[in-house]
Design a protein around this ligand. Structure first.
Ligand code: ZN
Length: 66
């Protein structure tokens, strides 16, 4: 039995050489191009943005219920 691993899911195109690289691979095995990863600060800002949105939604819902 063979497990199919070469699906298009989880793959991205290398902008340098155009070959398909697995999404969990941060470096192109063909040309060595390194994919830019989101910085920890960007990730943190996105998380706080989501928390703020949830809080605003909660306040809105609570305000409507009163
Ligand atoms: Zn490449």
């Amino acid at each position: 039995m063979r497990i199919v691993t070469d699906r298009n899911f989880g793959r991205r195109e290398c902008p340098s050489c155009g070959c398909e690289v697995p999404a969990n691979n941060n470096r192109c095995p063909v040309c060595g191009y390194e994919f830019p990863t989101a910085s920890p600060l960007q990730t943190r800002l996105r998380v706080w943005g989501a928390i703020l949105m949830l809080l605003l939604l909660l306040i809105l819902v609570l305000g409507l219920l009163q």
